[in-house]
Design a protein around this ligand. Structure first.
Ligand code: ADP
Ligand code: MG
Length: 396
């Protein structure tokens, strides 16, 4: 049991029809799976259910086909990748996730076999949490397992309505691992100093998590475009840099609240600036000296050193959001420096967020993090609220 939710190893699976919601929403390129991290992450639960003698029915979405069938979002390439992990098994892909085709595929399963249902989002009922659609998915199903952490913050039919129709339900190994890691950061007796690193595109995306972190962390290090808004709020002129003008008052109030609570907030002291986002030419300047015709696109060397020093002493670290426009290698240095500093930290370290995790994977340092979350939005929502709709739905 984990927070009132049963885990897959506590469920009776032998001979049962098991609907397993997985998150195979993987990046695709030229009709092929471009990154199989999420598929690999679900294999432990799939193999466990197979070995336990279940008839395993996998359900997932892929992309945003907007509620109708669209070959560009077919799970065919995903089925091939799944098959590579199960060389001695045949993986059947149903042509639709509900209806006669799906029924036939499911009823043909023998104990220990696996089928994959076609994209759940080919039906509008998935995203609207439609109970009638969920009822169709639930036909024949005796056990429901959620191992799709990345989607648990969404009230979708396969995440919320479906488990309400099945008595036996629980969390897969991946979901349990994610919740366990994030729970550690929510403990009142968390190892301190607890340092958060926040970056990325917008203050507005992260305001909830920022306010939550102010209640628990000892220090917040801010980078990325988010830092620009804070620097601007402090009166710095940042040229063409990306700034949320309507969030300046909010940024000021966050800085005031941090001061009241005794939370240290570190902002960049220098930035890497350029005249264009695509350029490989740049200079590093103090935040007081950003040229009027330039963009601040990364934190500077001075800032990297200050942040590294603060992270070196941290015993718990949470990181979300790149420190710069890391897609351009000229502006990836700050993100890489932070990734290295966190990887070297002796404490418990967690990184969450789609782009942040991609950046960590690029550095090859992922294995040196305590936990790399497979869910961006979901990890932020869980950290902030301690609850996710998809997890609540597993409590009976
Ligand atoms: P995550 O997906 O990890 O939550 P976000 O989506 O919030 O992160 O932010 C990532 C995006 O922010 C990246 O595309 C990155 O290029 C952009 N970004 C970060 N710093 C800057 C900056 N200084 N100027 C422009 N864009 C930036
Ligand atoms: Mg992102």
């Amino acid at each position: 049991m984990l927070n009132g939710v049963r885990t897959i190893d506590e469920l009776e699976l032998a001979g049962k029809y098991v609907f397993m919601r997985v998150d195979f929403n993987v990046p695709m390129k030229d009709g092929k799976v471009n990154d199989r991290t999420r598929i690999e992450a679900a294999m432990q639960s799939i193999l466990h259910a197979m070995n336990a003698g279940a008839k395993v029915v996998l359900g997932t979405h892929l992309g945003r086909p907007k509620g109708k069938p669209n070959l560009a979002f077919s799970l065919e390439p995903v089925a091939h990748t799944v098959a590579e992990y199960l060389p001695s098994h045949e993986i059947v892909l149903s042509d639709d996730c509900i209806g006669d085709g799906a029924r036939k595929v499911i009823r043909d399963l023998r104990d220990g076999q696996v089928a994959l249902l076609e994209n759940l989002r080919f039906h509008p009922g998935e995203s609207t949490n439609d109970i009638a659609f969920a009822r169709e998915l639930s036909t024949d199903m005796q056990v429901y397992i959620n191992d799709a952490f990345g989607v648990c913050h969404r009230e979708h039919a396969s995440i919320c309505a479906l488990p309400s129709l099945i008595d036996q339900k629980g969390a897969g190994f991946l979901l349990a691992k994610e919740l366990h890691a994030l729970d550690k950061l929510r403990q009142p007796d968390i190892a301190r100093p607890y340092v958060a690193v926040l970056g990325g595109a917008k203050v507005s995306d992260k305001i909830g998590i920022l306010e939550m972190l102010l209640q628990s962390v000892d220090a917040i290090l801010i980078g990325g475009a988010m830092a620009n808004t804070f620097l601007c709020a402090q009166g710095h002129q940042l040229g063409y840099s990306r700034i949320e003008e309507d969030k300046l008052a909010l940024a000021r109030s966050i800085l005031d609240k941090a001061k009241e609570r005794g939370v240290e907030v570190l902002l960049p002291s220098d930035v890497r600036v350029s005249k264009s986002l695509e350029s490989t030419e740049f200079e590093e300047v103090s935040v007081n000296r950003v040229p009027a015709d330039s963009y601040a696109l990364d934190i500077g060397a001075d800032t990297c050193a200050r942040y590294r020093e603060r992270l070196r002493r941290a015993l718990s670290v949470f990181w979300n959001g790149p420190m710069g426009l890391f897609e351009n290698p000229a502006f990836a240095e700050g993100t890489k420096a932070v990734a290295r500093a966190i990887a070297e930290s002796p404490g418990f370290t967690v990184v969450g967020g789609g782009d942040s995790v991609a950046a960590v994977e690029q550095t090859g340092l992922a294995k040196r993090f305590g936990h790399v979350s497979t869910g961006g939005g979901a990890s932020l929502v869980y950290l902030e609220r301690g609850k996710l709709p998809g997890v609540e739905a597993l409590k009976s």
